[in-house]
Design a protein around this ligand. Structure first.
Ligand code: PGA
Length: 252
């Protein structure tokens, strides 16, 4: 089965609205491979505007970087799935390592956010990954599979039919240090094996698994050519239209 090729941008807390609009306009002016699904995960303040800007484009979607696990109510400062959907957002990043680390989001909480995204019909980009200490100890595969097992505990294969996973080794995020293609492939093959065992071969074969962590135009092609790497979640290099368009066009 051929899986979707996905290049997802994670702008994090960068750009004002006008800067974000200009960055997207610049990106769309490039010659982009129409076979790649592009997802722009932008700050909340930009989402409605960017969704309107890309409404007529089949292969460009807008994603949020976080979302509440709650439906609605007295949760000051939070943003609900319905609010995202109402402005044209289709994707949501869940469990980015910065949310896990700085906002103490646990595997259990992320399971609740995942449930909310799926119930509402948002495509979840679910992040997992290990820190440097765990990589050095050699327990990285166990660590990542445990993250997934805990968050996915109450889900069926049918629930997760739209799931996208992003493997992001924390030691490679924003550091300029990239996992080697072999390191990415080792983990992503292990994730797929877990999906086969837990959810069955069809679900595992259909689930895109992205790599994230210092993806750049000069390493994207080699990483994306690994059999279990279906694309990238790109931070720093997505903030320049030239480099992100080169990454979008890096699938062979
Ligand atoms: P980076 O970020 O590409 O800047 O390493 C990736 C991410 O955090 O999603």
């Amino acid at each position: 089965m051929s899986r979707k090729k996905i290049a997802a941008a994670n702008w994090k807390m960068n750009t004002t609205l006008s800067e974000g609009q200009a960055l997207l306009t610049d990106l769309l002016a490039h010659d982009l491979d129409q076979g790649t699904d592009v997802v722009i995960c932008a700050p909340f303040t930009h989402l409605a505007t960017l969704a309107a800007q890309t409404e007529s484009l089949d292969n460009v979607s807008i994603g949020a970087q976080n979302m509440s696990q709650h439906d609605k109510g007295a949760y000051t400062g939070e943003t609900s799935a319905d609010m995202l959907l109402a402005v044209g957002v289709s994707h949501v990043v869940i469990g980015h390592s910065e949310r896990r680390e700085y906002f103490h989001e646990s595997d259990e909480l992320l399971g609740q956010k995942l449930r909310q995204a799926i119930d509402k019909g948002l495509v979840p980009i679910f992040c997992c990954g290990e820190g440097l200490d765990i990589r050095k100890a050699g327990t990285h595969v166990d660590h990542v599979i445990t993250q997934l097992k805990t968050s996915f505990a109450s889900f069926t294969a049918e629930d997760l039919s739209t799931l996208v996973i992003a493997y992001e080794p924390i030691w490679a995020i924003g550091t300029g240090e990239t996992a080697t293609p072999a390191q990415a492939q080792e983990m992503q093959a292990a994730i797929r094996t877990y999906l086969v065992e837990r959810f069955g071969a069809d679900m595992a074969a259909a689930t895109p698994i992205l790599y994230g962590g210092s993806v750049k135009p000069d390493n994207a092609q080699e990483i994306f050519s690994q059999p279990d790497v279906d694309g990238g979640l790109v931070g720093g290099a997505s903030l320049k239209a030239d480099s992100f368009s080169a990454i979008i066009n890096s699938f062979s």
